[in-house]
Write a protein that binds this ligand. Structure first.
Ligand SMILES: [Zn+2]
Length: 131
């Protein structure tokens, strides 16, 4: 449905270029020991995921932004919608960040790599031709 948009790649963790190959070895981000295990290249279009050494360090900036966004959302939900007091609302921020942490880490990598790579519907075709 969203295929062809960057959102599809961001939310599914699939290759930003062909949107078919998986970027992560382990689909479940809550297996923390494997959270950063990525395939070297896309199994479908052969795109390299770690474009340059320490490429994913930049994802830290994205995760910071996402963390702030989740915190604000958690606070607004707890304080204004559920009606918790201020202190409890702050605890709910911590809870949300802990629970969502692994997802935030992966989303930030997915968003980061999508800044640099774009969808190409012919990506599959290109590799098969060059081989
Ligand atoms: Zn691919």
């Amino acid at each position: 449905m969203l295929k062809g948009t960057k959102l599809y790649s961001v939310f599914t963790g699939k290759c930003p270029v062909c949107q078919e190959g998986k970027m992560y070895v382990e689909p479940n981000p809550y297996k923390l020991s494997k959270i950063y295990d990525m395939h070297e290249r896309c199994s479908v279009c052969n795109q390299k995921f770690k474009i340059e050494p320490s490429f994913f360090y930049g994802a830290m900036y994205v995760s910071y932004g996402l963390g702030v966004a989740f915190s604000v959302a958690a606070f607004i939900t707890s304080y204004f919608f559920i009606g918790m007091d201020v202190i409890t609302s702050f605890f709910s921020i911590i809870a949300v960040l802990l629970i969502m942490g692994p997802i935030i880490m992966r989303l930030s990598r997915n968003i980061w790599i999508n800044f640099f790579l774009s969808y190409d519907k012919d990506a599959k075709h290109k590799t098969s031709k060059s081989e």
